[in-house]
Design a protein around this ligand. Structure first.
Ligand SMILES: [Zn+2]
Length: 87
């Protein structure tokens, strides 16, 4: 039987990769956070485990588009801390 690997697109470099290789950022009623488990409810966006992609995301404010919402600089910084701390 063929096993289907879930694929997701990095919002920074637009490459499609297996979901497991990407980091999920989630937006819900608690705000925006890094979802290390991949199971947090809310709208999700995916990014590579690559600081270059993160820089692109922050510079282009790509989460605003993904979440169709205003994401503050403070929120980007919070995500960045979690993202860098994880590596
Ligand atoms: Zn990427």
């Amino acid at each position: 039987m063929e096993k289907k690997v879930p694929m997701r697109t990095c919002i920074a470099c637009r490459q499609t990769k297996p979901k497991k290789q990407l980091i999920r950022i989630v937006k819900n009623e608690n705000g925006i956070s890094l979802d290390k488990t991949g199971k947090v409810n809310g709208r999700g966006a995916y990014i590579c485990d690559d600081i270059e992609c993160f820089k692109k995301l922050k510079k282009g404010k790509l989460l605003n588009k993904s979440f169709k919402a205003e994401v503050t600089d403070a929120e980007y910084e919070k995500i960045e801390e979690a993202y860098v701390g994880k590596q």
